[in-house]
Write a protein that binds this ligand. Structure first.
Ligand code: HEM
Length: 202
């Protein structure tokens, strides 16, 4: 793919990734979020954080399966979008759900384990977002890779946050657990080489 057409696709992906946030905004403006709009906003932004986390984790498998390296050039943007949706989710919880009542927030952190785990996931995402620039990649060298492997731990704690939050119907968290297992299993070295007919030389 030429540099020009890749830049075009990258811009398209950038706009596409903004759509969930715009749809949430549209829901607010047109009063389309149901009887409890604050809960809907917190929950939907949480869903999108998890989805973007998984999309980011899919990049490596996609590169391996297709043999195309341009996927990797989308990874930083997708990772930053994960952080953007996580920040939105946390801000909506703090600003709208808790209305900046810090006592209640601290109480939640200590008394509701799913909030504690969510906070841990968010705090672990911060160093990854901060070190996502080319300058930091160069400066940290091999440590950059080590640090960014934390994404696997984050994905586990994020799914756990969702699982612990759900009280009765755990079907949706189980779907995420299943997808995450596949995404993580893909990282394991295979004892045999599976031929992929669409990949040259595989
Ligand atoms: C990477 C970080 C995080 C991810 C991926 C994430 C993801 C999610 C998901 C998927 C849901 C469930 C949405 C649904 O019901 O469909 C959720 C709900 C929620 N999360 Fe998070 N979350 C994260 C961090 C946090 C943090 C840091 C907090 C607060 C400090 C938080 C507070 C909440 C709350 C209050 C709910 C809704 C609970 C309810 O309505 O009963 N989350 N989150």
């Amino acid at each position: 793919m030429s540099h020009r057409s890749f830049s075009f696709y990258k811009r398209m992906v950038f706009i596409l990734c903004l759509l969930p946030a715009l749809l949430l905004l549209e829901g607010v403006l047109n009063d389309r979020l149901g009887s409890n709009p604050i809960e809907a906003l917190v929950r939907q932004s949480g869903d999108w954080t998890l989805r973007f986390l998984f999309i980011t984790l899919s990049i490596s498998p996609l590169r391996k399966l297709t043999g195309q390296s341009y996927w990797i050039r989308l990874r930083r943007m997708l990772g930053l979008y994960t952080f953007f949706y996580a920040s939105l989710h946390v801000s909506l919880y703090i600003g709208l759900d808790k209305f900046l009542y810090w006592d209640e927030i601290v109480e939640d952190i200590f008394e509701r384990p799913f909030i504690t785990i969510g906070l841990l996931s968010f705090l672990l995402l911060i160093p990854l977002a901060v070190t996502s620039t080319q300058k930091m990649i160069r400066r940290l060298g091999k440590n950059w890779l080590r640090l960014h492997r934390m994404i696997y731990l984050i994905s586990i704690t994020a799914v756990l946050h969702f699982y612990m939050m759900v009280k009765a119907d755990t079907q949706e968290p189980w779907i995420y657990i299943f997808i995450l297992t596949l995404l993580l299993a893909f990282r394991l070295p295979l004892p045999i080489k599976i031929p992929l007919p669409w990949r040259k030389g595989s």
